[in-house]
Ligand binder design. Structure first.
Ligand SMILES: [Zn+2]
Length: 144
């Protein structure tokens, strides 16, 4: 899925689950929701941290290590006893689940599984279905 869709899904989920209603914390949720795409040089974090992104992209490619349970554990373990753990967990998990719904899927058990999908991978990235999900999540962010 596209970056803005990940951000909107992460923010909407955090608001719907009442993890926060604070503007800055919802922004933090959006940042965590787009973090796994750091392995793509044209993503938000790929642009901000280009050397890291370029190294990841050239070594393992897009939707590899950063879209796995291993990456989640590495990012979330230092946050385990902070007030932002559930928010970060929800946002990153929303990214992995929403990418798992796409045709390509994710390597959740990287480096062993290269094609984990949810619901059979029914959504094409950038399709009208993804835009519809984005609009619904935008509504959730604005209304909740
Ligand atoms: Zn992704």
């Amino acid at each position: 899925m596209l970056g803005f869709t990940h951000a909107l899904i992460g923010m909407a989920l955090c608001k719907l689950l009442h993890l926060s209603n604070n503007f800055l914390e919802i922004g933090l949720a959006a940042a965590f929701a787009v973090l796994p795409d750091i392995d793509h040089p044209s993503s938000l974090f790929g642009t901000l941290l280009h050397p890291v992104s370029a190294a990841l992209y050239s070594r393992v490619g897009h939707r590899a290590f950063t879209h796995s349970a291993v990456f989640m554990a590495i990012v979330l373990t230092p946050m385990l006893f902070t007030p932002y753990f559930l928010l970060a967990f929800t946002a990153i998990a929303s990214h992995l689940l929403s990418d798992a719904i796409t045709f390509t899927g994710i390597p959740l058990l990287w480096p062993f599984n290269r094609n984990f999908t949810v619901l059979g991978g029914i959504i094409k990235t950038g399709s009208w279905t993804e835009y519809a999900i984005s609009i619904i999540c935008l509504g959730g962010v604005l209304i909740c």
